[in-house]
Design a protein around this ligand. Structure first.
Ligand code: ZN
Length: 242
C-alpha cells in the first residue's frame, strides 16, 4: 500500500511539474491549446479539384487559412496552377501520404515511400521545393501492435507531429455543438462538406474564433519554400528510381 501511495505521489508531482499545454503537443495532435480561441480547418484528400478550388475560394473570401492535406497520387501536372496559387497564399499544404495506404499495415519501405513520394509529387507539380511540415496519416492510423514504429519513422522523416482531429462532423448544426477552443476540424472535398464550410467559416468568425493553419496552431513558422534546384532534382530522381 505504502509503495502504491509513494508511486501515486511521484506521478502527481511529475504531472504538476509538466509545463502547461505539454499534453497538447504530444506526437499525435488531436487539438491545439484549449485556452486559446483558435481553430484549424483542414481539408483532406483533395481528390476533387472543383471542391478543392471552392475551399480555396472560401479561404480567400473570408481571409482565413485552411490546411489542405494532399495525396501525392492526386497531384496532377494539369492542376499545377491551383496548387501554386494555394502554396503562395495564406493557406498551408500538408502531407497526407502518396496513395492513402493504411500506414499501420505497411512495411518500413512502404511507410517511407508513402511519406516521401507525396513530398516529391508536390515539388514536381509546383516546380519548387515546398517542405511540408505537417503530416496526417490516412485514416488517422499509425502505430498498432505488431506494426513497424510508424510514428518514429514519420518523425525521422522530419515531421514533429502527426495531425489528427477532434471534430469530424460535416453537418453545420452538429459541428457548431462540437467545436471548441483549439479544435482541429476535418473535412473532405465533397458537396456536403463544402456546404457545411460555407456556413461554418462565417459562423466561426462571428463567434470570435481565430482561424489558423495547423503550423500556426502548433507555434511553428510558416513553410519556407525553396527554389534550390539540387534539392528538387534529387527528389525527382528519387521518385523516378522507384
Ligand atoms: Zn484521407
Amino acid at each position: 500500500m505504502k509503495r502504491t501511495a509513494a508511486l501515486l505521489l511521484c506521478l502527481m508531482m511529475l504531472l504538476t511539474a509538466l509545463p502547461a499545454g505539454a499534453e497538447e503537443f504530444s506526437f499525435s495532435v488531436r487539438h491545439g491549446d484549449r485556452s486559446r480561441r483558435q481553430v484549424a480547418v483542414t481539408v483532406d484528400d483533395c481528390f476533387n479539384l472543383d471542391y478543392t478550388r471552392m475551399a480555396y475560394d472560401l479561404s480567400v473570401k473570408h481571409n482565413v487559412p485552411i490546411t489542405f492535406f494532399v495525396l501525392g497520387i492526386k497531384l496532377y501536372p494539369q492542376d499545377a496552377e491551383l496548387w501554386r496559387t494555394i502554396a503562395a497564399s495564406h493557406n498551408e499544404i500538408g502531407n497526407h501520404s502518396y496513395g492513402h495506404r493504411d500506414l499501420s499495415k505497411q512495411p518500413r519501405m512502404g511507410v517511407y515511400n508513402q511519406v516521401m513520394r507525396a513530398q516529391s509529387s508536390l515539388d514536381a507539380v509546383l516546380g519548387y521545393h515546398y517542405p511540408m511540415q505537417v503530416f496526417r496519416p490516412p485514416y488517422g492510423h499509425t502505430n498498432r501492435a505488431g506494426s513497424v514504429d510508424v510514428n518514429r519513422m514519420i518523425q525521422s522523416l522530419g515531421y514533429d507531429h502527426v495531425i489528427l482531429w477532434d471534430v469530424s462532423q460535416t453537418s453545420f448544426e452538429k459541428c457548431k455543438k462540437q467545436v471548441q477552443n483549439g479544435s482541429i476540424l476535418l473535412f473532405h472535398t465533397n458537396p456536403k462538406d463544402l456546404k457545411c464550410l460555407e456556413k461554418l467559416i462565417p459562423w466561426l468568425i462571428e463567434e470570435g474564433y481565430e482561424l489558423v493553419t495547423v503550423s500556426q496552431m502548433l507555434g511553428k513558422p510558416s513553410v519556407a519554400t525553396s527554389t534550390d534546384l539540387y534539392e528538387f532534382v534529387e527528389y525527382r530522381d528519387w521518385q523516378n528510381a522507384l
